[in-house]
Unconditional design. Structure first.
Ligand code: PRP
Length: 216
């Protein structure tokens, strides 16, 4: 371990970062600089603890961690699965809980049961492909979208979607429902494969402290 080396954290922008900093606060890992809402700064430092933090788009967090530009990342399990980067997932942080599901109108249930060749719209083609091809052994046509996925079955672009369901209200308000569950999701801590060895002591302590708080 190099004593004066900074440990760098990449946090997924938005609600996840806010919840991460709240959790880190409970174990004494704080960053005053980050509280300033008007700042245009990109990197925030805690000189005392020798920690650096930066915010990144969720899907970029595993990239920063794989290349070692960040030692540690916090990001949703959906992003980890979709990006397929070489990183270690070390801890389930317990917040941001939701589910990856196959959703659609009630009428699509039958098409799934009979393993018909259907169209699947999704922001998560890797997760959807793995589910349909490897788990269900169903050949489907994948259509990649970038948001408002629920539109696809409504306007006739696809029969079903693979998307995140949290409260289920987006589905309900659009006459759709969960047809199958792919996997549960939540925020996870990920670590660079070299950092976990080189910075083992500091990272192990961080994980142990977080575990203790999460168990309360
Ligand atoms: C996500 C997801 C669903 C919705 C689920 O979309 O893609 O659309 O939230 O939440 P609910 O079950 O609580 O209704 P997001 O708001 O991230 O925007 P997007 O549609 O642009 O992906």
């Amino acid at each position: 371990m190099q004593k004066d080396r900074y440990l760098t954290f990449a946090l997924g922008k938005g609600r996840l970062a806010k919840q991460t900093l709240e959790l880190f606060g409970k174990i004494g890992v704080t960053c005053e600089e980050m509280q300033d809402k008007n700042t245009r700064k990109l990197i925030f430092v805690n000189e005392e603890l020798k920690f650096k933090f930066f915010l990144a788009k969720g899907p970029d967090v595993p990239t920063y961690v794989e290349y070692g530009a960040a030692d540690i990342g916090v990001v949703g399990k959906d992003t980890i699965l979709e990006e397929g980067r070489n990183i270690y997932e070390v801890l389930d942080l317990g917040f941001g809980k939701c589910r990856m599901c196959v959703c659609g109108p009630e009428s699509a249930k039958e098409l799934l049961e009979h393993r018909e060749l259907i169209r699947v719209a999704t922001k998560y083609p890797r997760i959807a492909k793995d589910y349909f091809y490897n788990k269900k052994h169903q050949t489907v046509e994948m259509i990649k979208l970038n948001g408002s996925i629920e539109l696809a079955p409504i306007v006739g672009l696809s029969e079903v979607i693979v998307d995140i369901v949290e409260t289920g209200s987006t589905l309900r308000e659009n006459g759709l429902g969960v047809l199958e569950e792919v996997c549960p999701l939540s925020a996870r801590m990920v670590v660079n494969q070299v950092s976990i060895k080189m910075e083992h002591e500091r990272i192990a302590k961080l994980i142990a402290d977080l575990r203790a708080v999460l168990a309360q």
